[in-house]
Design a protein around this ligand. Structure first.
Ligand code: DON
Length: 304
């Protein structure tokens, strides 16, 4: 497969389409990003690496970090984690409150904000130095010490984070948050503020294409079964109320963030990371989704 040629061709095509998306300006700092940025990077199991466009520029990965926090919490709690979080697609927006009342404070899945806030609470209870330990976990997976949080982004989100404050307090009223809500939220905002570029993302997430094991420094991050389950959740819940459409158009497990990043995983083959900051109405990168749709169509490499 000539990934290089297909990526270059698809990049040019998608770069030139009209972008109907909008920057995620509800987090003030994210509105300062140049909306013309467009980067792609692929990393394959057999060690092909190729990038195009702004693939070495760091950006705010936002909800993509929910995959990493889930993996760490899953390592710690094992299957008991599912006592506190469901595995069903929500069919609602990423920051929705509505289902929590009927579901007694158990978030539908770990990728909506409610679920990621419960995961943050689990990590806070189980890590000695949560912020440092989580960062060490992430850096260790890809052997990359260049990965860091952004104070500026975390503070910016905290200044307007009323919806997440409501979610956390509401969940606590059902008894599904153990720690002080302000501490859980501070940690959650830090997790969302991680910055990476497309190259770092595609390298980092290769373990999910490799049955839970890293490739360069053989290291088991998840068991084979856990890796399968995380991919299943990415397929069904990774794009909120656009998860069905993403499966339909792209056919890969993946995760988006409001910074405009998307990672998509083809188990046993590759990870591809895309970044274009303008978002469609569901909060997913407009050009990112378009690129991946074209890419899996041209390569005929999707899981279906
Ligand atoms: O909590 C928030 O609203 C953001 N920190 C993360 C949301 C997000 O990335 C949703 N993704 N598409």
């Amino acid at each position: 497969m000539n990934f290089k040629e297909i990526i270059q061709e698809t990049y040019q095509k998608v770069k030139n389409i009209d972008d109907n998306g909008q920057l995620a300006s509800y987090i003030p700092e994210l509105a300062n990003v140049n909306s013309d940025n467009f980067g792609i990077h692929i990393s394959t199991i057999d060690q092909i690496n190729f990038g195009q466009g702004n693939c070495y520029d760091k950006f705010s990965i936002q909800s993509i970090s929910k995959v990493l926090s889930l993996c760490l919490a899953y390592r710690i709690l094992g299957e008991k984690i599912w006592d506190r979080i469901g595995v069903e697609p929500s069919g609602t927006a990423f920051n929705s409150l509505v289902q929590l009342e009927v579901d007694n404070g158990i978030p539908r899945n770990p990728f909506i904000n409610a679920g990621a806030i419960v995961i943050s609470d689990i990590l806070l209870s189980n890590l000695k130095n949560p912020k440092e330990d989580f960062l060490a976990f992430v850096r260790n997976i890809s052997n990359n010490s260049e990965i860091n949080y952004s104070r500026k982004i975390a503070e910016s989100e905290k200044s307007i984070g009323f919806r997440n404050v409501a979610l956390c307090n509401f969940i606590k009223s059902f008894g599904n948050i153990d720690n002080e809500p302000s501490k859980v939220l501070d940690f959650y905002f830090d997790l969302c503020s991680l910055e990476m570029n497309c190259k770092e993302l595609s390298e980092l997430f290769l373990f999910l294409a490799n049955n839970g094991n890293t490739i360069k420094n053989p290291n088991s991050i998840l068991t084979k079964s856990q890796s399968k389950r995380v991919n299943a959740l990415l397929q069904t819940c990774g794009f909120y109320d656009e998860s069905g459409e993403f499966a339909f158009k792209v056919g890969l497990p993946g995760k988006s963030g409001v910074g405009g990043g998307i990672i998509a995983i083809h188990p046993n083959q590759y990870v591809i990371a895309v970044w274009s900051p303008k978002l469609n109405k569901k909060g997913n990168s407009y050009k990112g989704v378009k690129f991946l749709e074209e890419f899996t169509t041209k390569t005929q490499l999707s899981i279906f």
